[in-house]
Write a new protein. Structure first.
Length: 380
């Protein structure tokens, strides 16, 4: 029988997936070590306190779910407030409510009844004469008509993806949320909010007394790290894990510009999208509104989409045909790993909302430990 290793689980990355896995494993008496190349835990949900405001360092993170089990789970670590996401869109100085609802339609056309709004949208769809959408532009117009597309979708989407809408595949917009009620609540989920005191409280609650090493790059000496644990939980880029043997997966990245403003309230809302193409950022976030802050100063963040390079953070997978085929090769290879568990958005090359990451981590823990219990103990 081989010598017992120092840790049961080495967890690469301290984002939500890694922290949930560590928490659940430690509850089962397992010894875990988390390593992260950043100088803080929490991955993209990390908050940096400035001017007594919890700044979402990597963009707005608004928790929402219909799953009461997951809602109760996160609230067992920190109480969530009642923040409701109701973003606005700014197009050439005009403000529109999001998601597309009766307030939006009144602002666009002056219509006051659902039937008037439906008639307006239908007439624009009919005029477009699109039978089989060949690209994102045609797909969007066939769903919501030309006015909504031109003012609220086109520029924002082209900035987000870094290319013209006619060069983007139709499947990116499979459907668009359209409500014929006066309801500005962006999400349909029953439960939503922000941790009171910021997401760091959730991460700290999950980690407990777990050992963590920061500013530590797994790839600088991966064999040494693997040798210290029975299992590795990998939450980074799956193509990097396999030394890009099938090619590099593509992403979109983001750049953030944070600014302290000597005002109590700058824009009156947590999130305002800027939908015209000529403005380089996609949105401005005013962080204090996530927690109903009354601090004397405020902090805003402008969010700039960028082309991704390996020295930047990977945010949005580009799930086109070519990248999907490459990822499937890595996924097939990963299934042969006996001591490596892959999880999270980068390892799964999939965009996840926070509740989906947590649900995936809990399911992975359950499946993994069930499989271990099914294996007979080896004879020494």
């Amino acid at each position: 029988m081989g010598k017992k290793k120092e840790y049961d689980y080495l967890i690469v990355g301290s984002g939500l997936f890694g922290c949930v896995f560590a928490h659940e494993a430690m509850k089962l008496g397992k010894k875990c070590l988390i390593i992260d190349k950043r100088n803080h835990v929490g991955g993209n949900v990390y908050c940096e306190k400035t001017e007594d405001i919890n700044v979402h360092k990597y963009g707005a993170h608004i928790f929402h779910t219909n799953d009461k089990v997951i809602w109760d789970y996160v609230n067992s670590f920190v109480e969530f407030n009642r923040y409701t996401n109701s973003p606005m869109a700014n197009y050439k100085g005009q403000l529109f409510n999001l998601p597309f609802n009766m307030n939006t339609f009144y602002q666009l056309w002056g219509v006051k009844t659902p039937q008037e709004a439906k008639n307006k949208i239908k007439s624009q769809i009919d005029q477009a004469l699109i039978t089989t959408p060949a690209n994102l532009q045609e797909q969007a117009i066939s769903l919501v008509g030309s006015d909504i597309y031109e003012k609220l979708i086109k520029g924002y989407t082209e900035k987000q993806w870094g290319r013209s809408a006619i060069d983007l595949p139709a499947f990116i917009i499979k459907r668009l949320p359209v409500r014929f009620t006066y309801d500005n609540n962006y999400f349909n989920d029953k439960y939503q909010g922000i941790p009171i005191g910021g997401y760091n409280k959730l991460i700290d609650g999950l980690l407990g007394n777990c050992e963590v090493l920061l500013e530590t790059d797994y790839f600088n000496n991966r064999q040494q790290w693997n040798d210290r644990a029975e299992h590795t939980v990998f939450t980074g880029n799956i193509d990097q894990f396999y030394d890009y043997k099938f090619g590099k997966l593509e992403y979109r990245s983001l750049r953030f510009e944070h600014e302290i403003i000597d005002e109590e309230n700058h824009q009156g809302n947590a999130v305002i999208n800027y939908t015209e193409r000529d403005i380089p950022y996609t949105r401005i976030i005013e962080h204090k509104h996530f927690e109903f802050g009354t601090q004397p100063k405020t902090i805003i963040t402008k969010e700039f989409p960028e082309d991704w390079t390996p020295d930047k953070e990977a945010y949005y997978p580009i799930n086109d045909k070519n990248n999907s085929e490459i990822f499937e090769k890595y996924k097939t290879l990963s299934k042969s790993e006996q001591h490596v568990i892959f999880g999270g958005r980068l390892a799964n090359y999939q965009y996840y909302d926070m509740h989906q990451v947590i649900g995936s981590a809990l399911k992975t823990v359950s499946t993994h430990f069930a499989s271990l219990n099914a294996i007979p103990n080896p004879i020494s």
